[in-house]
Design a protein around this ligand. Structure first.
Ligand code: NAP
Ligand code: GCO
Length: 264
């Protein structure tokens, strides 16, 4: 059974994985045997990521690339194929959020979120699929969100993008499943990373941020997730253990989507 989760020799590209959820997923995949490739927009972040992987004994390959730039992504994929090998596992992790009430949000800001969180997974998936087909298969994991299912104040662009990413996931599965490509999503709950830091900052009097209290009350596990909580699910979806799982969104949320909320 252990062999089913073995990723030895597999090349995994995790986008935006210098830190946060991408870093934790890449680390788990490396521990399962995968060769890790990641990108970030800035060289200093790539360097920081390389040092962090080295600190865990992982020899990762880091590249500078903006995932919204189609030419740059195509060049990146060609470079990885030449320098490391054909990508067996793609994790579309890079993402941004802008918390702005919808009527105050500019169309430019809205488009930027859609560009990084939805258009980029399309661009990167499109770039890796032809070689996966030639090689006989592959795994694509899209990092979705609670906002693939739920709305809330201030995150209209993010929810639109992550809802779209859920459907892009199902469509890639539908269109390329015949080539032994499995495309699934992971929908993290509320995870303690820099992206959610503003929602967890303690109040000036030392008490918990109201949003922090709100999330604890909404989560049966009664805690925020850690990025490492996503490692096992990601290894599962990258491995032979999930070869007949396709177009599925695996929510890793401590139970949020199952729960009506704490009774008063
Ligand atoms: P994070 O801490 O903000 O990390 C996101 C990473 O993506 C950063 O390294 C960032 O680089 C990179 N990135 C952003 N735009 C990019 C671009 N155009 N090209 C390349 N890299 C880019 O976020 P996280 O919390 O780890 O989230 C990772 C993913 O999980 C995102 O898709 C997020 O939406 C999703 N997610 C997060 C949570 C949560 O609770 N934290 C929950 C559900 C889903 P810079 O530092 O340069 O911006
Ligand atoms: C927010 C949060 C969320 C999470 C995550 C939930 O402002 O509500 O940032 O959107 O980061 O995506 O799954």
């Amino acid at each position: 059974m252990k062999n089913q989760f073995d990723l030895t020799g597999k090349v995994a590209l995790v986008t935006g994985a210098s830190y946060g959820i991408g870093f934790a997923i890449a680390t788990a995949m490396a521990e399962a045997g995968a060769v890790i490739v990641f990108n970030d927009i800035k060289q200093e972040l790539v360097d920081k990521g390389l040092a962090a992987y080295a600190g865990k004994g992982i020899k990762a390959h880091g590249y500078v690339c903006d995932v919204t730039d189609e030419d740059a992504v195509n060049q990146l994929v060609a470079k990885i194929e030449a320098e490391v090998g054909v990508i067996d596992i793609l994790v579309n992790n890079a993402g941004i959020i802008k918390r702005i009430p919808m009527v105050e949000m500019s169309a430019r800001d809205f488009r930027q979120v859609i560009d990084v969180d939805l258009n980029a997974p399309f661009i990167v998936s499109k770039a890796v699929i032809p070689s996966m087909i030639k090689k006989g298969g592959g795994k694509i994991i899209n990092i979705c969100s609670m906002m693939s299912e739920l709305g809330r104040e201030t995150v209209s662009a993010y929810a639109a993008a992550k809802g779209g990413l859920k459907m892009l996931t199902k469509n890639i599965a539908s269109e390329y499943g015949q080539y032994n490509i499995q495309c699934n999503g992971i929908g993290p709950g509320y995870i303690a990373t820099p992206q959610t830091a503003p929602l967890r900052e303690p109040q000036p009097d030392g008490s918990k941020h109201p949003f922090d209290q709100f999330i604890l009350a909404k989560t049966p596990a009664n805690r925020w997730g850690e990025a490492s909580d996503l490692g096992g699910p990601a290894v599962f979806l990258a491995s032979a253990a999930s070869d007949f799982v396709n177009g599925h969104i695996l929510y890793v949320d401590g139970g949020i989507l199952a729960y009506i909320g704490k009774q008063p």
